[in-house]
Write a protein that binds this ligand. Structure first.
Ligand SMILES: *Cc1c(COP(=O)(O)O)cnc(C)c1O
Length: 345
């Protein structure tokens, strides 16, 4: 008999439907190709592969700090921003403590709560998809998780509501900004610089086109960041991933910005087409659209039979059933629209 941790019994392995599909719009990654410097850097770091990397990714930390005008001690990195969120929960909460988070949000958050033995308290977003600051604060949670623009709704939070949460929180506020590069509004990064209780997380997995390398980063006060680094531990970023991330950040900034702008343009064009089909996508500041649609699961299954993969959600708080459609170059969107039209019948 394998000794099992009782609280892990009903934790499923992460398994989004990933049947190979010609057009995969299910995970919000960059569908516009590979950043130009990646191949060169991959070749040049081959000789470093037999040795361990530096423990805490100092080159990437420095490059990110320069980029945002902060000191390196205010920046942390990880094996995806997932790793940073998970490490922050371990750093600031003991098993049994409460984690409050907006609902709906990133599906990994309740999973991380479970894995870390936390009491997960989802707090519904307001009808306009802004965060309900008073309800979140009323939980008394030592860590509050916010996400803007939010996955899976695509909607952004208001500055007033986020500042209310930050100012009233008894502990740490994590603000997940995985999609900030697609959002026209001023992001919340500056709150991580001006307040001691805010950790903002960002990722190279979406706009930066490096999902396969697993690179995330976070910003906060140095004393907060130091605790996250302890919980995360060393060597979570491979030397290869670190080198590529530094190069995409410094050499490919134009590529990233232009592709993000293209994604936003395709998103709005897609919104028009979906509206013409009688659907009502939620307002999005990310590289995907959430489309409320009763029976979304069955529609997604029929789309998959037509080799287009979109993510279906069932019974989301305040939304109901919905499809989440990632945005990429327009020809992919046309294929998706054709599959959707046939699947709606
Ligand atoms: C995709 C996504 C992430 C990124 O996760 P990585 O581990 O950096 O790949 C984080 N938060 C949200 C809300 C996301 O949608």
């Amino acid at each position: 008999m394998i000794p099992r941790r009782a609280s892990y019994r009903d934790i499923p392995l992460y398994a989004p439907s990933k049947r190979p599909c010609r057009v995969d719009l299910s995970d919000n990654t960059n569908l516009f190709g590979v950043p130009p410097s990646v191949e060169r850097v991959l070749t040049s770091c081959v000789s470093a592969v037999p040795r361990y990397p530096q423990g805490y990714a100092p080159e990437l930390r420095r490059a990110l700090a320069t980029c945002i005008g902060a000191e390196p001690e205010a920046v942390t990195t990880g094996c995806g921003s997932d790793d940073i969120i998970d490490s922050a929960l371990r750093a600031f909460l003991e098993p049994g403590d409460t984690l409050a988070f907006q609902d709906p949000t990133f599906v990994m958050v309740p999973m991380f709560a479970k894995v870390n033995g936390l009491n997960a308290v989802p707090v519904p977003l307001a009808p306009d998809f802004d965060v309900d600051a008073d309800a979140l604060l009323a939980t008394g949670a030592k860590v509050i998780y916010l996400c803007s623009p939010n996955n899976p709704t695509g909607t952004a939070l208001s500055r007033a509501a986020v500042e209310r949460v930050v100012d009233g929180a008894p502990g740490i506020v994590v603000i997940d900004e995985a999609y900030a590069d697609f959002s026209p509004g001023k992001a919340f990064l500056e709150l991580a610089r001006s307040r001691r209780n805010v950790l903002v997380t960002r990722t190279f997995s979406k706009a930066f086109g490096l999902a396969g390398l697993r690179v995330g980063w976070g910003v906060g006060s140095p004393e907060l960041v130091a605790e996250v680094e302890k919980a995360r531990g060393p060597y979570k970023l491979t030397g290869v991933a670190e080198a590529v991330a530094v190069s995409v950040l410094t050499d490919d900034a134009d590529w990233v910005r232009d592709r993000a702008a293209a994604a936003v343009a395709c998103r709005e064009r897609l919104r028009g087409e979906l509206t013409a089909l009688g659907l009502s996508p939620l307002p999005s500041e990310a590289n995907f659209l959430m489309v409320p649609l009763p029976g979304a699961q069955a529609v997604a299954e029929r789309m998959r039979e037509r080799s287009v993969n979109v993510r279906a959600f069932q019974g989301l708080t305040g939304v109901g059933d919905a499809l989440r459609v990632g945005v990429g170059p327009w020809p992919l969107m046309e294929t998706a629209l054709a599959a959707l039209r046939e699947s709606l019948r």
